[in-house]
Design a protein around this ligand. Structure first.
Ligand code: PEP
Ligand code: MG
Length: 569
């Protein structure tokens, strides 16, 4: 048996299952020169790769013009002749001939004056990558061989990886890299799958099929555990399950403290099916619908009809409960297979979220119209991410108004009183909170980003993970300031960052006056159960004390002491 201790728990629970190792596929072209005898074989390999790539692209091309262009490019005669020429006369293997040809095309496209033609360089890169995968026989779905439940071990997992997963087969996750707000962590929490992240070097130590225990309650990973340990964990998993069931059965009780102060417990979701799952936990609404999943799971920008049908389904499922739809928050660490982002030194400070949307009103309008149309079927609020200025809010709202005008002109119904709010997740928005509160209908504090921007600590970088801490006094003061500013202007302040579901934080946040806690649905019943035991008056005092502290350690000591006091009562 081997044991690892891992401090970062992204999602609690126990998993007892064989390991399923996900290794990154190397797509290095392995260039080499070939003999005359090998030429025929290389030409044939290239022809087969073209046929395979075009076959993959055909169904995509029918739905999306970018892939239609890729389908044409992959079969382009001039491209084929260039590759064949390099195989024949320069003695290059198919991979090398392809990559050289692709580089030449990219250079040519990039040097053209016409912007449309310059953008074709990205298409060439994509097609070359697809042909390279085909040549090397690489399957781009790393989960294709997963047939029974397993604990996934990976370096890290991107949104396009998790989009290919069948979650019913995932017993747990453990990743070498990533922080508690990384993509895989959020997915794990949403799905209620135990997950440890930032484990350090692991992939070279494990093999698919080895039995393992993932203890995401205490931060341990055991490989090939002894029979007695396995038995212990089976019992622990069973009793954790029973406790969870017991608390969930109390989910129907009102969200109020012992002295009658009300709060709201909502869910963070990424799709209508997440909402179905969330409703089992008696949530009071959706505080964050991450629409980027709709974009990431597709092979094209979802059309107005596609988005409308997803939002309409979501709001109908909620049956009168409020749905907060966050407009597209892409960029940073979230890419799209079908859109080329500029190469950036600092993507988290770059072309992302509402910046991208305002720069591409053609894309943004499609989403805004779809949301508006869905608002005729229930209670929807619109929330803009990554705001740093009043101008951005006004510009987004102005675009929304033009969409409303179009719908009115077409006699298409929507909610005339739809609310628009912002995520407060940048220091700029915190410092401007009073002014923004005068323009916005609500605030939702995004502590995942706010923590990284206030502390200047990358939320996904394992080297600085120890420093990423939302209990830092600066972050707590930023949160308290934002809530106060909201209340001064008569609007509500919610939170949809992971901190809103953190059992150590929720009492403190309620004491600061937070109105809405939006979190992974399977945390909802537990947080409500915990807050129902508290008195608001006592929590207000606790918050006041905590805001005077000036180190994380002092804050944590205060919270620990408070926990002991309430347990003794
Ligand atoms: C946040 O930043 O707190 C948030 C909820 O958004 P995301 O994690 O999607 O950036
Ligand atoms: Mg964010």
């Amino acid at each position: 048996m081997r044991t690892w201790q891992i401090k970062k728990t992204a999602s609690h629970g126990y998993a007892i299952a064989p390991v399923y190792v996900v290794r990154e596929q190397s797509v290095a072209p392995d260039n080499r020169t070939i003999t005359d005898d090998e030429k025929e074989g290389e030409l044939q390999r290239f022809q087969d790769a073209v046929a395979k790539a075009r076959e993959e692209l055909l169904p995509l091309a029918a739905k999306n013009e970018i892939f239609a262009a890729h389908h044409t490019l992959a079969g382009d005669i001039a491209l084929y002749e260039s590759v064949a020429g390099k195989i024949q006369s320069e003695h290059l293997n198919a991979e090398a001939a392809l990559m050289q040809t692709s580089d030449e095309y990219v250079l040519l496209f990039e040097s053209m004056a016409d912007e449309y033609m310059r953008e074709r360089a990205a298409d060439m890169r994509d097609v070359a990558k697809r042909l390279l995968y085909a040549l090397k026989g690489i399957d781009d779905n790393p989960f294709a061989a997963m047939r029974s439940p397993g604990i996934i071990v990976a370096r890290d997992l991107t949104p396009s990886d998790t989009a290919k997963m069948d979650f019913s087969l995932v017993a747990g996750f453990i990743t070498e890299e990533g922080g508690v707000t990384s993509h895989v962590s959020i997915i794990a929490k949403n799905e209620g799958i135990p997950c440890l992240v930032g484990a350090g070097p692991l992939l070279d130590e494990v093999r698919t099929g080895q039995m393992a225990v993932l203890d995401a309650e205490n931060g341990y990973f055991y490989l090939e555990p002894e029979a007695s340990l396995l038995e212990d964990y089976r019992k622990k998993a069973e009793s954790l399950w029973q406790e969870k069931e017991r608390i969930e059965q109390l989910g129907h009780l009102p969200s109020e403290t012992t002295d009658g102060h009300r709060f709201r417990i909502c869910a963070n979701v990424g799709s209508p099916s997440d909402i179905r799952h969330a409703l089992r936990y008696q949530i009071e609404g959706v505080g964050l619908f991450r629409t980027e999943f709709l974009y990431m799971e597709n092979d094209h920008f979802p059309t107005e009809e596609e988005q409308f049908s997803a939002y309409k389904e979501a709001v109908s499922l909620l049956d009168g409960k409020e749905l907060t739809i966050r407009t597209l928050d892409i960029g940073g660490d979230k890419g799209l297979d079908y859109f080329t982002f500029p190469k950036e030194e600092n993507p988290f400070l770059g072309y992302r979220a509402v910046r991208l949307c305002l720069d591409r009103p053609d894309l943004f309008r499609v989403q805004l119209r779809a949301i508006l149309r869905a608002s005729a079927f229930g209670s929807i609020r619109i929330m803009y991410p990554m705001m740093i200025s009043i101008e951005e809010l006004l510009e987004a709202n102005a675009l929304l108004e033009t969409c409303k005008d179009e719908l009115r002109a077409g006699q298409i119904p929507f909610d005339e009183h739809i609310q628009t709010g912002i995520m407060v997740e940048t220091p700029a928005a915190v410092l401007l909170a009073d002014d923004l509160a005068a323009q916005a209908d609500f605030f939702s504090i995004g502590t995942n980003d706010l923590t990284q921007y206030v502390l200047a600590v990358d939320r996904g970088n394992p080297k600085v993970a120890e420093k990423y801490n939302s209990f830092h006094p600066s972050v707590l003061r930023a949160i308290a300031h934002t809530i106060k500013a909201a209340h001064r202007h008569g609007i509500e302040a919610g939170m949809c960052g992971e901190f809103a579901g953190d059992e150590k934080a929720v009492g403190l946040l309620l004491g600061m006056g937070l109105d809405e806690f939006s979190m992974s649905a399977n945390r909802a019943a537990y947080v409500k159960y915990q807050l129902r035991k508290e008195s608001f008056e006592a929590l207000q005092q606790l918050a006041q004390e905590a805001l005077k502290k000036n180190t994380v350690r002092q804050v944590m000591e205060l919270l620990e002491a408070d926990k002991h006091n309430s347990e003794e009562l």
